[in-house]
Design a protein around this ligand. Structure first.
Ligand SMILES: [Zn+2]
Length: 452
């Protein structure tokens, strides 16, 4: 028998999401306190005790807890309240009006990630309404600042109030979206994410007149070599467990990819050749996989020079480097310096802007198994796979204190996969009402079976 969806939550979940979208929490500045207060009031109306924490004025996070009987495990339902900016001129609806049309809730945060906040709140309410006898505590935390790195939200909570948020398991954003492959849904569960190393390089030279280039030492020319070298660098490929399993699952479902993937798994050193081949027909997929297999270094900002006829003595560039689980920022920086040693390290200055460790959780846990089995109750033919996120989420703060974290907002693919991804941080972000119901139903069932 296929598990039944909780149609009865449709209106409530939709209203909750619309209301959250209407509270503009664009970060910067964030202004999450208003959303945190709204949630606190909404839940207190139903007898929850909520706590509001502010890392700074306006930067609010809200926490509430359903007490269990004191047994293990306990679990945190995590989400962030802030969103990235939206330019109303580019949208076909007002991004902060929370409009419902054509079966979708439209607005900034509809996917990333106020829908998950609404779903998690619904799950908490249902657990309470149905008076479930929980083993461990279930905590809900909706936090500030994820879109700017989380230091004023989840990071701040973990540092200042660890007793409020430390749990065995965390469910957060970063996975859950089904990839339709061969008419079958492949649900992703984020078990790992890359780390960040943002750094600045300043190239030094000596100034001179633009009409006599040979007499000066042009810092732009030096930086040009650095950018060329780092931007084109193909670091050693590494297959972390999440990526290995992901590729295996994709290959099972798609004949076109099957050959390439089995070649890749058998021979990771030839990875780029294989991916170049794959890129001829499946460009987006091939490049996504390439980024899952190695450290990447992307030049993102460059500044140099002051006037038409002055040879510049300084040029600065910023690089966005992403490292794999089991790599670390210090070693990555060493590797980067080695790559450009011959360009003259004495004329290059390095500054780390931000460094976040990569993080991963095992996919061999009772919760992971439960997620898989509940998904199959709702969709018997579906496939599941762990994934590595090439970006980052707040999960890293919790993995650092020993929690097992999964990115899992269950969603069926009811828009073309690529199109849906493009709306996140893009235009016309929206989620179907059906996916609000599906997400609530699946997540509640996991809680019901795993926490009682
Ligand atoms: Zn997000």
């Amino acid at each position: 028998m296929v598990a039944k969806l909780f149609k009865e939550v449709e209106e409530e979940a939709t209203d909750l999401l619309s209301d959250l979208i209407r509270i503009n929490t664009t970060n910067p500045p964030g202004n999450e306190t208003e959303a945190a207060k709204y949630l606190a009031k909404n839940m207190e109306n139903e007898g929850f005790k909520c706590e509001l924490f502010q890392s700074a004025p306006g930067r609010g996070s809200v926490i509430t807890r359903l007490k269990g009987s004191g047994q293990k495990p306990n679990l945190l339902l995590l989400s962030h309240l802030d969103v990235v900016a939206a330019n109303p001129k580019e949208w076909s609806v007002d991004p902060f009006a929370g409009i419902v049309k054509d079966g979708f809730v439209w607005g900034r945060g509809a996917l990333d990630m106020k829908s998950m906040t609404a779903i998690e709140v619904m799950v908490m309410k249902l657990l309470k309404r149905n008076n479930l006898k929980l083993k461990g505590d279930v905590i809900l935390a909706a936090t500030a600042d994820e879109e700017k790195g989380g230091e004023a939200g989840a990071g701040w909570l973990v540092r200042n109030h660890p007793e409020k948020v430390r749990t065995d398991y965390v469910i957060n954003e970063g996975g859950g979206l089904a990839m339709p492959i061969n008419g079958k849904n492949l649900f992703t569960i984020q078990t790992a994410e890359k780390g960040i190393l943002w750094f600045k390089v300043k190239a030094k030279g000596s100034p001179g007149h633009g009409s006599v280039p040979g007499a000066a030492d042009n810092a732009i020319m030096r930086m040009n070599r650095v950018v060329e070298r780092l931007g084109n660098h193909r670091a050693k490929m590494m297959l972390v467990p999440a990526v290995k399993q992901f590729l295996g699952e994709v290959a099972k479902e798609n004949k076109l990819l099957q050959q390439g993937v089995s070649l890749l798994l058998a021979n990771p050193e030839a990875g780029d050749q294989i991916l170049d081949m794959l890129a001829q027909t499946e460009k987006a997929m091939a490049e996504e996989v390439r980024a899952m297999l190695r450290m990447t270094i992307t030049p993102t900002v460059i500044h140099g020079g002051v006037k038409e006829n002055i040879i510049p003595s300084e040029c600065e560039a910023v690089f966005d480097c992403r490292i794999l689980p089991r790599q670390n920022p210090t070693e990555a920086m060493k590797e980067i310096k080695d790559l450009i040693r011959d360009i003259g390290l004495e004329k290059l200055e390095f500054e780390t802007i931000q460094a976040n460790e990569p993080s991963e959780s095992s996919a061999e846990t009772p919760l992971y198994e439960k997620i898989v089995s509940v998904l199959k109750e709702f969709e018997p033919g579906c496939a599941t796979t762990p994934i590595l996120l090439t970006g980052g989420t707040d999960s890293r703060f919790f993995r650092r204190i020993g929690s097992i974290c999964y990115g899992f907002q269950p969603q069926r693919a009811d828009m073309p996969y690529g199109e849906m991804l493009k709306t996140i941080h893009g235009i016309d972000e929206r989620i179907s009402v059906e996916n609000l119901v599906f997400g609530t139903s699946v997540l509640y069932s996991i809680m019901e079976q795993f926490m009682t």
